[in-house]
Design a protein around this ligand. Sequence first.
Ligand SMILES: [Zn+2]
Length: 139
Amino acid sequence: MMQQIVLCGQCGVPLKEKPGLPVDTRRPCHACGSTSRKFKVSLEGSITPRVSLRYKARHGQGKEPHRKGVVKASWSHLLRRWLRLERTIDREADLYEETVYDPESDDVIHHQREPLSQHTNHGDAKRHPTQKKDDTRTA
Ligand SMILES: [Zn+2]
C-alpha cells in the first residue's frame, strides 16, 4: 500500500495531518509552529522473504533420485496471499504427497496424498517411476 506521510516543512517532524488538507486549514507544527509542509511517500507493508528448499535422495551417484521434496511459497489466488507448500515425491514408496499450509496459523488448507503412479499432475511427476528412458537413437 502506498502511503503519504506529512512532515513539517520547517523542522521535519511527522504530523498527523491529511496530505490533501488545504493550506489555510493547517494547524501550526506542534514542534516549531510552522505551517509549511513536506510530503513523503512510503511503501507500507512487510516483505516476507520467500525461500524454497529442495532435497533429493539417491541410493548412489548418477541414479535417479528415489525421493525428492520441496518446501516453497505458493501464491493463492483465492486468498490473495502466500501460502507454504510442502511436496514429497517418493518413487520407492509410490507416494505423492502435497500439503499447503497457512504460514500464519499453520492450518492445513489443502492436502493431497495418492500413489505416484496414479498422479496425473503435469508437474514434477510427469515421468512414470517405472518408465524407462528410450535410448534408441537414429543416425
Ligand atoms: Zn515543525
